[in-house]
Design a protein around this ligand. Structure first.
Ligand code: ZN
Length: 182
């Protein structure tokens, strides 16, 4: 099938092809960490009272990790494993919000800013609703956008799978980036 452009004034772009020439880019992120004893549970930079926490080299903030991967993905810059290797002692126990700040430096240096974020935390327990607004606030501060542009949702998996068995917590994130004005 051939598109009929009729009398439209369509013209192919011939310049501004840096970064693919897109004014808006999107990226997706996904992460999982295991729930273990004697660890703090930190999500979106909020410490949440719970009998177990997430295992990881940093503070294992699975939501913030998914967001970092989404930002890096939007820019085709790989993933957080490549940027913050878990054999590097500099990142032991580090706040993932600090790492997110490093990723935001990359976003800015590439000539973009965050448009909006949507995300989902998958956890059977504890109930996360009381902590969502603080997560949105923390993330909006580092992402440098209004809280209205930061969405954090939480769901159980109806007791199914590793989340339902409370073996771990997962998170998904999608972000849009907007090109900074020249
Ligand atoms: Zn992670």
């Amino acid at each position: 099938m051939t598109a009929d452009r009729g009398s439209s004034n369509f013209e192919p772009r011939t310049s501004n092809f840096e970064n693919g020439g897109l004014n808006i880019k999107v990226g997706i992120g996904y992460d999982v960490h295991a729930l273990v004893e004697k660890r703090s549970l930190i999500l979106g930079g909020v410490e949440i009272p719970h009998e177990r926490g997430l295992l990881g080299h940093s503070d294992a903030d699975v939501l913030t990790h998914a967001i970092m991967d989404a930002l890096l993905g939007a820019l085709s810059l790989g993933d957080i494993g490549g940027h913050f290797p878990d054999h590097d002692s500099r990142y032991r126990g580090i706040s993932s919000l600090t790492l997110l700040g490093h990723v935001m430096g990359l976003v800015k240096s590439q000539g973009y800013r965050v448009g909006n974020l949507d995300s989902i935390i998958m956890a059977e327990r504890p109930k996360l609703a009381p902590y969502i607004s603080k997560m949105r606030f923390n993330l909006s501060q580092v992402l440098n956008v209004e809280e209205a542009c930061v969405s954090v949702k939480a769901t159980t998996t109806e007791r199914l799978g590793f989340v339902g068995r409370e073996e771990g917590i997962g998170a998904q994130a999608i972000v849009s980036l907007k090109r900074l004005e020249d």
